[in-house]
Design a protein around this ligand. Structure first.
Ligand code: FAD
Length: 371
């Protein structure tokens, strides 16, 4: 069969690669002129904490070749709220892998595109196809559900590799700002949740705060940024017979906005279900329902005290042993009694906020998600 896919992001390309790997044909319709056009060389993290399985191994196990794009493992993260100095967190295995996004050499977007084309996937760029023309929809965030925004710069630098997260509402309203450097390439950004109009002032504060903390060289800065949406509805994975994957299905870490891992895996799952005639909605809900609930709960905890103690908590965990910080993160993302118990509260509180019009932290999705 020929699997038709809308959107050539990580979810769509993974879906296409899976189709061909399973002996089928695949065509991907992409509205932009190239893969990764949504980004401009941003550094993003492939999180490695929500599962005990290493994210790169998980990709490989689904036939996604990870040697085709740049990945920089990080076992050390510096955390700060800006005033009381830096807290170092070290882990035994990588906490995350930095990847590049966009139409740039070595990006995950270009790496997946190359693999897909080499395997025989047909990608039609500048396409005007719509959802009704395809089997799998992987079109990324839904504009009407934007809940977080990000603004920053990427730059060349001679500064050594570093990863720092700044947790402070002035620099990153209800979220975090970050300074990342890998192999002479840097990225400094802020993320804002809910009150999206705070973005510019947050970024100004981010620049001021990191500038006060470190001496780092910034050459040839390029502005970057974007938005994220979380939505997990009863119609999230399957609608009108079509399968939805990645952010188009609302799959996204509602606490922190890490969506690449679930995009790649859900894209592959959508194709597997299509080919094998499996119930994709059931499969996807089985894998992601508790995960999404946990991330909503984590967002609630983050906004109600966890953010304030986070640097000290992780620093203390790392002092016990280097397994502990990842174990702790895993706990926040796993199906636990605490997460299950707190989820209805998260749903209610975040939902009330949405109804007040102050933010739409994805709760509409989470309500439908429970249906
Ligand atoms: C600034 C920023 C920073 C982020 N940082 C991280 C991070 O550190 N770690 C992480 O895991 N996640 C991060 N994310 C989230 C991550 O980028 C997304 O979750 C991930 O890219 C989702 O993949 P996707 O394939 O579902 O969608 P996308 O990557 O958005 O790909 C969708 C593709 O579909 C195309 N498309 C859209 N509509 C149509 C249409 N009608 N027809 C044809 N094509 C269409 C788009 O052009 C695009 O190429 C970040 C997001 C932003 C905005």
């Amino acid at each position: 069969m020929e699997v038709k896919i809308l959107g050539a992001g990580p979810a769509g390309l993974s879906a296409a690669i899976t189709a061909v790997r399973r002996g089928n044909e695949a065509v991907v319709y992409e509205r932009r002129a190239d893969c990764g056009g949504r980004f401009k060389g941003d550094l993003q993290g492939l999180e490695n904490w929500s599962s005990k399985i290493d994210v790169l191994e998980e990709f490989e196990s689904r036939g996604i070749r990870t040697s085709g794009f740049y990945t920089a493992p990080f076992r050390e993260l510096l955390l700060t709220e800006g005033r009381r100095g830096l807290r170092r967190v070290e882990t035994s295995r990588p906490m995350f892998y930095l990847v590049k996004r966009g139409i740039v050499e070595g990006s995950i977007d270009q790496g997946l595109k190359k693999q897909a084309i080499e395997m025989g996937v047909r990608i039609e760029f500048n396409s005007c196809k719509t959802e009704k023309d395809v089997d799998i929809v992987a079109t990324g965030p839904r504009r009407e559900r934007i809940v977080a925004v990000d603004k920053g710069i990427v730059f060349s630098t001679s500064t050594e590799d570093i990863a720092v997260a700044l947790i402070n509402d002035k620099a990153a309203y209800k979220a975090y700002a970050y300074l990342l450097v890998t192999g002479g390439y840097g990225c400094m950004c802020t993320v804002v949740f809910g009150d999206l109009k705070k973005l510019d002032e947050s970024f100004e504060e981010t620049v001021r705060a990191f500038g006060g903390m470190f001496r780092f060289e910034v050459k040839n800065p390029v502005p970057v940024g974007g938005s994220a949406s979380f939505y997990m509805g009863a119609d999230g994975f399957v609608r009108n017979g079509r399968f939805y994957a990645g952010e188009a299905a609302g799959l996204q870490d509602a606490a922190f906005g890490f969506g690449i891992r679930s995009a790649v895996i859900s894209g592959s799952m959508a194709t597997e279900s299509l080919i094998d005639g499996k119930d994709y909605k059931k499969e996807a809900r089985g894998k992601y329902m508790r995960y999404m609930e946990a991330t909503f709960t984590l967002r609630l905890l983050w906004e109600h005290g966890l953010a304030r103690i986070y640097p000290d908590l992780y620093n203390a965990a790392g002092k016990i042993n280097k397994e502990m910080p990842l174990w702790l993160s895993g706990l926040f993302y796993r199906d636990t009694l605490i997460n299950r118990g707190l989820f209805p509260l998260a749903q209610r509180i975040l939902g009330d906020r949405r109804e007040e019009g102050r933010s739409a932290t994805g709760v509409e999705g989470s309500k439908a998600f429970m249906e």
